[in-house]
Design a binder for this molecule. Sequence first.
Ligand code: GDP
Ligand code: MG
Length: 696
Amino acid sequence: MKKENIDVSAFTGIHGQEHIRILDTIDRMRDLGINEDLSIPQIVVVGDQSSGKSSTLQAITQLPLAVDSELCTRFATQIVLRRTAHSSVKVSIIPGSSSSTDDATKRHLQEFFRSFDLDEFDGDAFTEVVNEAAAHMGLPSAGTDKRDFLERRFSGDVLKIELSGPDQLHLSVVDVPGLFHNPTKFQTKSDLAIVRELISNYMKNPRSIILAVMDARVNISNQEVFRLARSVDKDGFRTVGVITKCDALQPGDEKEVLQVAQNSVERLKHGWFLVKNRSTQDILRGVSLKQRNLNEKTFFQNPPWNALPKQRMGIDALKDFLGQLLLSHIRKEYPQLVKEIESLAEKTEKDLEACGPPRQTPAEQRRYLTRVAMTYQKKVCDSLIGLYNGDLGSKHPLKLRLNIRTINEEFADDFKHNGHKRVFKAVDGGLDNDFSRYNTAAVKDEEDIYEWIREVYRDSRGVELPGTVNPAVLEHIFRQQSIPWQDLSERYLSRAKDAVKSYLDHIFPSIIGDEDISSKLVAFIQPKMTESTAKADEELKDVLHDERGGVLQTVNRYMSENIAAIREERVMARLKAATQLDKYNQPITFALVSRVVHLSNEDHTVYDIHDILKAYYKVAGKRFMDNVVMQVVERHILGDRGPLKLFTPDLVADLSDEDLEFIAGESYSTSATRAELKSKLERLRGALGVAAGIPR
Ligand code: GDP
Ligand code: MG
């Protein structure tokens, strides 16, 4: 192949200050590597194999692209033209996103890099570098006789050629493998599927302008590329038709092509362009690209082609048009592109935050955990006084104070209905409503408290005088009556512990982005938590013992007032009954009153025990409930001695280096992820900085 230097004034179609500014912006974004994260407007050349895609692209870019190598293009080639102060050519491989590409392969592909001086990058150099790249991708290169034995024929990886120089204009064009229809020895059915997938991925991208290339000799109705284009670009704003090989038509066949070119067969919004590239012979004869352009001009000046409008024929017309189209396309896409960059930057920032700061040395780890501990303490304090994040659901575990209050109230309610073993009576002999059970149906099975007291009293009679009560009896009766306290309070405590546990399960992940760290941290403080909740159990035992194990006592005046009130009520009730029962209408005498007030000794004693027990039970029950709430749960579960207050900056300060490493040390993958996110964020921020210069 003859040496062919690149004409750096290529692509004169794009000009004008505004063009340059916006294209320059897109280009600088690409420089920053934004195209790794988002798709950037570019031109994609598609069509059948050997339809003349590479030849057309070559004419547009003036690059010595591989034309008619016996091995047709087997991977996409992205050509990026860029304007920079110094000229250079850089060739690299962008690994395809296919899932089969593992990290090692990716790294291997990314290692590929060649650079050239602009004037040494000729056709030969190009062919050589393409072959090297193909070999690097594990594809057969041209001239490999064993190519039909090789497994991979097409690759989703992209060969990227960046051509920069002071005179370059901004453009990104992708040359993709051609469509083919009949599997052969060299391209199997599965290749066909791979290629179709690859092409349609490029075409689907709403940021791609589709340059659909068609051989003039092929019947347009057979052109799959247009069917594909229509399916991805319904309005046709992104598709431009190009007809090649007009010079190769059989005489007489031109009429049909002319009709297509006039957009009367396959209607495209942007219409059709005709080009004439170098034929195989031309290339063999060494026709230069310059000469090609001249030949093309002369060719279209002759009939029947000269009947078509000039701006639809020849590579310059196509370039002009593409330049305009690309520009308006970029303008249209630009606001959305910037939005995408913004939201991606935001997301990246969050991801980065979630990684936390670097934690390689003990000092870094300690600093990190101290900060986490401070945040944690602040959150716990807020949760305990009922300051919650606004977006939490009604019973969210993070609403700690609310959940504890609910549990407290349920405890109180439970205690009111079920704290007593037997239901106390009202003076009229019915059950006292203050002690009613939840379940009224069960009431009929209730043991009569008077009967029970009578029995206990009889069984325990000792040396006391008739009509008086052995104090041990009251103690015994009270202990029996308050048996349910233990279960109720233990259940309450375990519910409070559960609320705290589920709070902790939620709070750590909410302040530590790294799941690994939060679970390690929890694992580390778990034993200490268990220790501290064990203190709550102890305390509850003590409180229970105070009430149910020792002597009965209270200084609460409510107790004596209550007893006096009940006794009075009793006398009144009996008086009333006696006067009503008196059939002979006797006057009320002292004798009668005295008979009513003083019952037989045993009845009197049973009622008295009941009334004292009830008065004391009320006082002791209230005291007990409050004590459990305050001294057990508040002090040992929620308070400073509880599991919530364990994780403090002080605790972090006391951690050994080994513990630090265990909890907060970072794996290689975390630091790699952080580095990657960091550079991505820098890219995106850089792009936003660039974008700031251009109004949307
Ligand atoms: P691709 O497979 O679509 O990239 O096609 P190429 O650009 O490699 O071209 C395939 C063959 O067609 C090459 O031998 C080119 O020289 C030839 N070719 C391309 N365009 C034209 C054209 O307009 N006229 C003639 N006569 N031959 C052409
Ligand atoms: Mg090609």
